[in-house]
Design a protein around this ligand. Structure first.
Ligand SMILES: [Zn+2]
Length: 192
């Protein structure tokens, strides 16, 4: 899947979790950072690709991207597995502990969860693509839905652009319309 589809999927997943488990009172800083962390989580597994948007936009990103590509075992390997998710989770946890002194009222636990939801959504979305996802590394099996490879999505092609991306937007619009009062309540009473 492309970066924009992953980010849309990440924010959709976060929306579903927030609506089903409304947060207790959170500060605006926590809510904003959680959304940012969620979007970053949504594209993080693709740092194993030298052509990832993150690397493309950095001055020496091409070289760093290549380094990450070989360090993580190539595209769709370590960063696209439960093991990789656990490692990213640990790194994010350590980073948040390090940054806590300058983050004031931010609830770093919620920011961490938002990041992890983004990560998980990435792996779920990639499971629908032709390449599949090696969820169970070190078991070298790439899993995909549906099991027949030819029925899965090709990244960046018509099915993703004309069905998956608009489909995610439709889900977001449906969530917004059917949970409007609940959303309003969260924004008005739970964010300070
Ligand atoms: Zn990916």
């Amino acid at each position: 899947m492309t970066g924009r589809t992953h980010d849309l999927a990440a924010i959709t997943a976060l929306g579903i979790v927030v609506l089903s488990q409304p947060p207790r009172i959170v500060t605006l800083a926590t809510a904003s950072l959680a959304v940012l962390a969620n979007l970053i989580g949504g594209i993080t597994p693709d740092i194993d690709q030298p052509t990832a948007p993150l690397w493309r936009n950095l001055p020496v990103g091409k070289y760093v991207g290549r380094l990450f590509d070989s360090l993580t075992g190539g595209h769709r390997f370590l960063t696209h597995s439960l093991l990789g998710m656990a490692l990213f989770g640990l790194l994010a946890h350590l980073l948040l502990i390090f940054l806590q002194p300058i983050m004031g009222s931010v609830d770093s636990g919620l920011v961490w969860w938002a990041f992890m939801i983004g990560l998980l959504s990435h792996l779920v979305m990639d499971t629908f693509t032709k390449e599949g996802v090696p969820w169970l590394l070190p078991l070298p099996i790439k899993l995909g839905i549906p099991p027949i490879k030819s029925l899965r999505i090709t990244t960046g092609h018509l099915l993703e652009n004309l069905v998956v991306f608009p489909g995610l937007i439709m889900i977001d619009i449906w969530l917004y319309l059917t949970h409007y009062q609940q959303l309003l309540n969260i924004v008005q009473r739970h964010i300070i």
